[in-house]
Write a protein that binds this ligand. Structure first.
Ligand code: HSE
Length: 319
């Protein structure tokens, strides 16, 4: 095989109490990465070239582009002997808390594994995809890339000094996801900025509350109980500091709940807000409408969409 095209989905990290640990794959949008192997590289040194970027504007240099960083890292690690040309189809919006850098990095790691026939485990793919995430957001957090690789709801453990271990859960039937994104001006390296807002330590009571909520959420996914998932979707460690980036967050949260959302949280590092909805109980479009109206009442423009929990990275034919 000398070329391959892979798509990987957007994702929403944290889900309230699972900072850097939980994420959901979103069904749409998805980034695409096509890899093409060229001639044998000179002196056998790994060579990765960004051949084309379509869609949204992203850094195009190999050193700055997360997908290329992943390809180069894997090419070095596994001794790729041929030139590798990268084409990126960028569709996941950047800087909105939808795992944009993670989607490209996950697609790149998955594609490298396929085109070089490496046979890596999903935890190893997550590790390499984390290198791209680190290049674009400053720290290797594995939540977004885990969801983009595995799909569904994921729990991942791993950090700067530990290789990741990720577990995937299938979503319950009828779980819809609403994403509402306010128009706000944020620093260009938004995730880095959003992480700089966080407290260095939290009181024991906050830790206990977050462990309890996170455990309820995992139990909810294990039992496919949307109400239980939503019940746990409350964070006391991170959102208080980050909601300063999202004018009207409290109003959006309560409006979504009144309209029937099972749970509401900041999506990743924000500023998007995510609600989960049991379609059997409430129409997701009404929940989204309530969220957008709440932003409007705060004088904030916003847009949004309804989607569902999606599948992970996969090989696809040319679009
Ligand atoms: N867990 C990360 C954070 C996700 O909240 O900083 C960033 O996409």
């Amino acid at each position: 095989m000398d070329q391959i095209r892979v798509e990987a989905p957007a994702s929403s990290a944290n889900l309230g109490p699972g900072f850097d640990v939980f994420a959901l794959a979103l069904d749409t949008p998805r980034d695409g990465v096509r890899l093409r192997l060229g001639k044998s590289s000179r002196r056998g040194a790994p060579s990765v070239k960004m051949a084309r970027v379509s869609g949204l504007e992203v850094p195009k240099t190999e050193e700055e582009n997360g997908a290329c960083v992943v390809c180069l890292e894997m090419a070095k690690q596994f001794g790729a002997k041929k030139e590798i040309f990268v084409e990126l189809e960028k569709r996941v919006p950047i800087g909105l808390g939808m795992g944009s850098s993670g989607a490209s990095a996950a697609a790149a790691a998955f594609a490298m594994n396929e085109v070089l026939g490496l046979g890596l485990s999903s935890d190893e793919l997550i590790f390499y995809a984390g290198k791209g995430e680190a290049a674009t957001s400053g720290t290797p957090h594995y939540d977004n890339v885990s969801a983009s690789i595995l799909g569904g709801f994921v729990v991942v453990r791993g950090g700067e000094s530990e290789r990741p271990t990720a577990v995937r859960f299938d979503p319950p039937m009828g779980l819809a996801v609403c994403v509402a994104t306010p128009v706000v001006s944020l620093p260009s390296r938004k995730t880095e900025y959003a992480r700089s807002l966080l407290p260095e330590s939290v009181p024991l009571g906050t830790l206990v509350s977050n462990v309890a909520n996170a455990s309820l959420m995992v139990s909810g996914f294990a039992k496919k109980d949307i109400k239980l998932i939503g019940k746990g979707m409350t964070d006391r460690a991170v959102e208080e500091a980050r909601k300063t980036m999202i004018p009207g967050y409290d109003r959006v949260r309560s409006s979504a709940a009144e309209a029937g959302a099972a749970g509401v949280c900041i999506s990743g590092a924000g500023p998007s807000v995510l609600a989960i909805v049991d379609k059997k109980r409430s129409p997701p479009k009404e929940v989204l409408g309530a969220m957008l109206a709440a932003f409007g009442q705060e004088g904030v423009k916003s847009s949004g969409y309804v989607t569902r929990i999606g599948k992970g990275a996969r090989v696809v034919k040319s679009s």
